[in-house]
Design a protein around this ligand. Structure first.
Ligand SMILES: O=P(O)(O)OC[C@H]1O[C@H](OP(=O)(O)OP(=O)(O)O)[C@H](O)[C@@H]1O
Ligand SMILES: Nc1ncnc2[nH]cnc12
Length: 195
């Protein structure tokens, strides 16, 4: 589901604060050919963070959606899910669980590899951070191909948690990441169509 179709007046303000940077972090000709795309249009959320109203509106929209839904885990994906996840977790009374890149977490971890729009990576989660039966949401800034969210959901489901929904600020619909989520609900605030 995309909140943008609801035309909440806050969404336009959020969208205008996201800066689009062409060809970052790579011009990546081989990746572009593989994906059949003209170029990476990097969605830079740091400009959204510079605007307290737009940043607060972003958090509020997620909190309004998830408050009172019996969610005990907000899992945030490194790095940009660490910006949006914690304030949502605090506001809905859930714990925040960081899903980190390899070799960053000091305790015992489970790992899940995945393929990105411009490379390959792996996510890890601390064993014991989430218990079987807990209701979780996964938070990130953006869904592109959906590989990262799939890896995050796999980690949570491997320990027996129920992933209620994935929540992202931005969706790049042309990369069809939503279709990779095996029917798992995805809630996004804004779409960027000119990939
Ligand atoms: O839907 P996907 O194709 O999997 O891509 C989406 C992911 O890519 C970006 O992170 P990135 O891997 O660039 O890591 P970073 O935030 O640590 O820079 C973004 O923040 C998402 O986590
Ligand atoms: N176009 C994009 N902008 C920002 N982050 C991304 N992660 C994958 N694709 C991206």
């Amino acid at each position: 589901m995309s909140a943008y179709r609801d035309e909440d007046p806050r969404l336009h303000g959020i969208k205008t604060k996201i800066r689009v940077v062409p060809h970052f972090p790579k011009s990546g000709r081989e990746v572009l050919t593989f994906l059949g795309l003209a170029g990476i249009m990097f969605q830079d959320i740091t400009t959204l963070l510079l605007d307290p109203k737009a940043f607060k509106d972003t958090i509020d929209l997620f909190v309004e959606r998830y408050k009172g839904k019996n969610i005990s885990v907000v899992a945030g994906i490194e790095a940009r899910g660490f910006i949006f996840g914690p304030p949502i977790a605090l506001a809905i009374g859930a714990k925040f669980v960081p899903l980190r890149k390899p070799k960053k977490l000091p305790g015992k971890v489970i790992s899940q590899e995945y393929i990105l729009e411009y490379g390959r990576d792996c996510l890890e989660m601390h064993v014991g951070a989430v218990e079987a039966g807990e209701r979780a949401i996964v938070v990130d800034d953006l869904i592109a191909t959906g590989g990262t969210l799939c890896a995050a959901m796999d980690l949570l489901e491997r320990v027996g948690a129920e992933v209620v929904e994935c929540a992202c600020v931005i969706e790049l619909p042309e990369l069809k990441g939503r279709e990779r989520l095996n029917g798992k609900p995805l809630y996004v605030l804004v779409e960027y169509l000119e990939v």
